[in-house]
Structure formats: structure tokens, C-alpha cells
Design a protein around this ligand. Structure first.
Ligand code: CO8
Length: 260
């Protein structure tokens, strides 16, 4: 896959995991349209590839992504922003049905922080910094930052980040639930990959249902969420992997999940 892409590197699939590396070091991995379209294209391709059970997205040791490409954005007027193709790419990323795990070192700012919030699980190095500095450019977050941030870290911290443009550390991001683990930068990708590989051994239909139902909790009532959970739980009773999981437990052996 690798040679087809300009702004990202795409690994081979290993133990069910594919890794996307943002690769625009000269622009701090700024998320220009090309880069976002490449992420969206890879995610679309692997959605129907049973060999891929989870995807890791990462940057370099110094920067995850410093936001939208400000130089590209400068050329857009209102109509340009209105018709921005990146809106569709963000939607593709948001709708990716398999686990997406971010391994973040260094800056995750603006659209970079929003990309972090599109991930299901986030592991960060202790050098990571998260922020929504758009206010300094006379704009506001435009890829879900206001909505996902408030739902994730609560009103006071979301307001602080978006209104002041201040950055927070990996430690603070973990305290506020924006990310789940902090490690040393040399281990960030390794830890994210290990977690992705572990998830890749789980029954894929159950993993997919779990992700879908968990994400629904963002934008539905408790009652509707519980109804959806019950339906997904019921549906899983019809899968072979559920029978296998229970049988393996009873027989004190490892389950062999087939995705059926
Ligand atoms: N866009 C384009 N180029 C960038 C960006 C960016 N976001 N960030 C850094 N660069 C470039 C710099 O221009 C510089 O290039 P050059 O050497 O050619 O001048 C190079 O990367 C290194 O940057 P610095 O020299 O500034 O490095 P520092 O270590 O001094 O500072 C910072 C690093 C703090 C990350 C600093 O570069 C910075 O503040 N960057 C901008 C961060 C920012 O404002 N991000 C928000 C952008 S707006 C946004 O994300 C809106 C998302 C809306 C999405 C909607 C889609 C539909």
C-alpha cells in the first residue's frame, strides 16, 4: 500500500493490526486535505478487510499533528470552507466501525486534537501536549472539537481549552479522560500496538457492536442507549463466537474466534 500515499505511511497488517503514520514532518503533520483524504481512503479500504481487526494512528516522536494546514486554510473563503471536502473525510473517520487507537507523542493541536478525539482509545507519551488553539487564528474548532471536547472533559476544561487556546499536558489530559494512558515517548507506539493486537484477538462482531453502542452514549438518552445495548447483546447470542467463547471458558481452554 505504502507507495500510493504522499502524506502518510501505511504498514503491512501484522497480528490483525494496521498502522497509519502521519508523515509531513516539514509541516508538523498539518492535516491538509490530501493527508485527511489518505487516512479516510485507508480506513474505507480496511473496513471490509477481515484481516484488519484494529488500526493504530500515530505521528512522530515530536509531533502527532499541529492541526489543519493553516497555509491551505488561508486560501479558503466562506464558500471554500462551506464546500470543504475534509468534512466528508472527517465523517469517514468518525464512522470507521473497527477500533481506532491513537499513539500520540508531542503536539496534538487543533485538528490534531480533534483527530485524537476521533480515536476510540488514546495512548500518549509524557511529552504530549493537547490543545485547541484555533481562537488565536480568529476561528473555532471545526472538526467536532467543541462538541466532543465538552462531552469528554466537561464544561470548564473544554471552555478553558477552546477560549484561551492553552495547551494541557498528557498527565492533565489523562486526568480529564481525554486519553487513557501515559507512557514514556519511546513506548507510546509499542503500547498502542500491543493494545490493538490484544483487541484483534477478540471476537470481531462483539468488538464492533461494543464500539457502536459505546459511541451512541455520546448522543442519545440513557433509555435509548440501554435499548440499543440490549439489542446488540441479543444479536450477539446468535454468533458462533459467543458459543465458542462460552464453550472455551467451560472447557478451560483458549477460545478460537472466527468472526462468525
Ligand atoms: N499548518 C501548517 N504548517 C504548520 C502548522 C499548521 N497547523 N503547524 C506548524 N506548521 C509548520 C510551521 O509553519 C513551520 O514551517 P516552516 O519551518 O516552513 O516555517 C513548521 O511547521 C514548524 O513550526 P514552528 O516553527 O512554528 O515550530 P515550533 O516548535 O516553534 O512551534 C507549534 C510548534 C506550537 C505546533 C506551532 O507550530 C503552532 O502553533 N502551530 C499551529 C498550531 C495551530 O494553531 N493549530 C490549529 C490550526 S486550525 C485547525 O486545526 C482547525 C481545524 C478545523 C478542521 C475543519 C475541517 C473541515
Amino acid at each position: 500500500m505504502q507507495h500510493e500515499y504522499q502524506d502518510i505511511l501505511v504498514s503491512d497488517v501484522s497480528s490483525g493490526v494496521l498502522t497509519i503514520t502521519l508523515n509531513r514532518p516539514e509541516a508538523y503533520n498539518a492535516l491538509r486535505t490530501q493527508l485527511l483524504s489518505e487516512i479516510a481512503s485507508v480506513l474505507q479500504q480496511v473496513t471490509h478487510d477481515d484481516a484488519v481487526r484494529a488500526v493504530v494512528v500515530t505521528g512522530s516522536e515530536k509531533v502527532f499533528a499541529a492541526g489543519a494546514d493553516i497555509k491551505e486554510m488561508a486560501a479558503l473563503d466562506t464558500v471554500g470552507v462551506l464546500n470543504d471536502p475534509r468534512v466528508l473525510h472527517w465523517r469517514t473517520i468518525a464512522q470507521f466501525p473497527k477500533p481506532l487507537i491513537a499513539a500520540v507523542n508531542g503536539f496534538a493541536l487543533g485538528g490534531g486534537c480533534e483527530l485524537v478525539m476521533h480515536a476510540d482509545i488514546v495512548i500518549a507519551g509524557d511529552n504530549a501536549q493537547f490543545g485547541q488553539p484555533e481562537i488565536n487564528l480568529g476561528i473555532i474548532p471545526g472538526a467536532g472539537g467543541t462538541q466532543r471536547l465538552l462531552r469528554t472533559v466537561g464544561k470548564s476544561m473544554a471552555m478553558q481549552l477552546v477560549l484561551s487556546g492553552e495547551f494541557i499536558s498528557a498527565q492533565q489530559a489523562r486526568d480529564f479522560g481525554l486519553i487513557s494512558e501515559v507512557t514514556i515517548p519511546e513506548r507510546t507506539l509499542e503500547r498502542a500496538t500491543a493494545l490493538a493486537r490484544k483487541i484483534a484477538t477478540k471476537p470481531p462482531i462483539a468488538v464492533r457492536q461494543a464500539k457502536e453502542v459505546l459511541l451512541k452514549a455520546y448522543d442519545t438518552t440513557l433509555e435509548s442507549g440501554l435499548t440499543l445495548e440490549r439489542k446488540a447483546f441479543t444479536l450477539l447470542a446468535a454468533t458462533e463466537d459467543r458459543n465458542e467463547g462460552i464453550a472455551a471458558f467451560m472447557e478451560k481452554r483458549k477460545p478460537n474466534f472466527t468472526g462468525k
